[in-house]
Design a protein around this ligand. Sequence first.
Ligand SMILES: [Ca+2]
Ligand SMILES: [Ca+2]
Length: 358
Amino acid sequence: MQNRLIDLILGLLAISLLPPCPVLPVFTEVVTPPTLASITPDRQAREGDTNSSLIRPNCLHLEPASTIPSTLPNDEYLDKQWALNKLQAVEAWQITSGGEDILIAVLDTGIDQTHEDLMDKVAASVNFTDSPTASDLHGHGTHIAGIIAATANNGIGIVGLAPNSRLLNVKVADRSGMVEPSKIAEGIMWAVDNGAKVINMSFTLSEPAQAVEDAVDYAWSKGIVVVAASGNYVGDRPTYPACYCNCLAVAATDASDCVGSWSSRDDSVHVAAPGVNIYSTLPDNCYGYKSGTSMAAAYVAGVAGLLFSVVCDANDSGLLNDEVRDAIENNCDEIGILGIGGGCTGECKDDFVVQDEP
Ligand SMILES: [Ca+2]
Ligand SMILES: [Ca+2]
């Protein structure tokens, strides 16, 4: 069985030259996630002018962020989390911080659930690797976990984008960062069976894997939003699983909304999110910066987690993942892709961890 390298910060794979997705709309522009502060529950939409173009059929109502009061959480390193400002997260939290019933599965290198800022965040763990523990001996998974759900207002550390959500720790990669497609498929199925609303996959495969695609399709059919890193490589190789139609493929941007020079950005990318110099949790009560589409995907997973608590089943499909995905893709700020490529400086590249493919 051939191992694949988990997408560890510096890109190894690309998704250029892919055919257009036959199911979901393909965007020619790289766009950023919706401004979360602009989202209010459907109650206001029903009370407002139903002819207004600001009222979307997915029951979200868009308003200027300035109308929503902000209260800063007291977490020690909040000032390092530029991405939260970009996403207007503080304003969004006036509406929702997610909920404990919204489970976000992190398929990764495990999560250090003893971390001071991740206490009680992991609802369940599973280990599909040969590692003796479901905890994180690498660091990647704990970083992703903090981006999504680190505890807010505890006076320490950082704040996750969906801090009231809980996590499913699905360890599919060991301390070396290696991951096997069969384990990914098992991990997705386990997440589905254990109540995930969102699945985050911050890794890439260089070749397609039918079992993974089937599992992604199954997750989507069960009402789950599946988010995947688009890959940190600009080239002509497709990136799996991000390019699967039922995955939301995420590119990485910096604080100036420029796509990272190393980030995928072709037509198979659906949205872009902050992914350069992202500060988050690391094992053993540590914190640090990482850059990559891995981090960007985690932020979109957090966005999805928040949205699950505000959308309604507008199309009576019996599921909410279609409304959540629609809200993410259709409420983005378009930033285009012309002129990008210099958005990441040598300074941020110092944060990369590079591993070679076997
Ligand atoms: Ca905290
Ligand atoms: Ca629906």
